[in-house]
Design a protein around this ligand. Structure first.
Ligand SMILES: C[S@@+](CC[C@H](N)C(=O)[O-])C[C@H]1O[C@@H](n2cnc3c(N)ncnc32)[C@H](O)[C@@H]1O
Length: 214
């Protein structure tokens, strides 16, 4: 296991038990991202850094014919995900694997090399080499595919004291808002021949971005 994987497990070993209850108040924009994905009927969707499977279950419910995949580096989080997927009786359509976002091979884990939709929900802010993770995932888009990101933004239009307190608190859990996301999206779009779109929402509390293979 890498040092990062060990650290993620340390953070989530206990937190996973109250993760969903607490995060619904501050991981804003996740449901909008799930709705906005518009997964094609019988399509495939992959969440990178799926955590407790909160979004995987929402995706499976919203897109009842889709096949839903998730990877995460934390075995502790995936233990919670497995319990949840079983409880929801979604095991025939929702699949997870332990893997690192920067290097995973989806063919080895899931027998699929490309996905119609890929979601990063509050994951890039925890991946040290996040540009590499993004570049890798963008290369896994099927023709017509869409990669969607929602994460903490720059909070520039929020009071300075709030921004400083939020960032100091997030840093305790290895979370760093990715202020270079807009630039990275433009560069990856250019390199991989994709269309890129970027915006800040909730006064910069969060940022969203799309890469599409039109
Ligand atoms: C804040 S949680 C978000 C979980 C979920 N996407 C959500 O929206 O609730 C971030 C997740 O990213 C995972 N993660 C961090 N670094 C990763 C990496 N390099 N590869 C895969 N997953 C990673 C963590 O283990 C954690 O489950």
């Amino acid at each position: 296991m890498t040092a990062h994987a060990v650290r993620m497990d340390e953070i989530y070993r206990l937190q996973r038990h109250f993760y969903d209850v607490t995060r619904k108040y501050y991981l804003l924009g996740r449901d909008e991202a799930v709705r906005g994905l518009a997964v094609p009927a019988a399509g495939t969707v992959l969440e990178v850094g799926c955590g407790t499977a909160r979004n995987l279950v929402a995706l499976a419910r919203r897109y009842p014919r889709a096949s839903v995949f998730g990877i995460d580096i934390s075995r502790a989080m995936l233990a919670s995900a497995a319990t949840r997927i079983a409880r929801e009786r979604l095991g025939a359509r929702v699949f997870t694997a332990t893997a690192d976002a920067t290097s995973f091979d989806p063919s080895g884990h899931f027998g699929r090399a490309r996905f119609d939709r890929i979601l990063f929900s509050y994951t890039l802010s925890m991946i040290p080499d996040w540009p590499r993770a993004l570049e890798h995932a963008a290369g896994l888009l099927a023709p017509g595919g869409v990669l969607s990101i929602v994460d903490f933004g720059d909070q520039q239009r929020l009071p300075g004291w709030f921004r400083r307190a939020l960032r100091a608190w997030l840093a305790r859990f290895e979370v760093t808002p990715r202020d270079g996301l807009a630039t990275a999206i433009a560069e990856i779009a250019h390199r991989q021949g994709l269309a890129g779109r970027y915006q800040q929402i909730y006064r910069g509390y969060c940022q969203t971005a799309i890469l599409s293979a039109d």
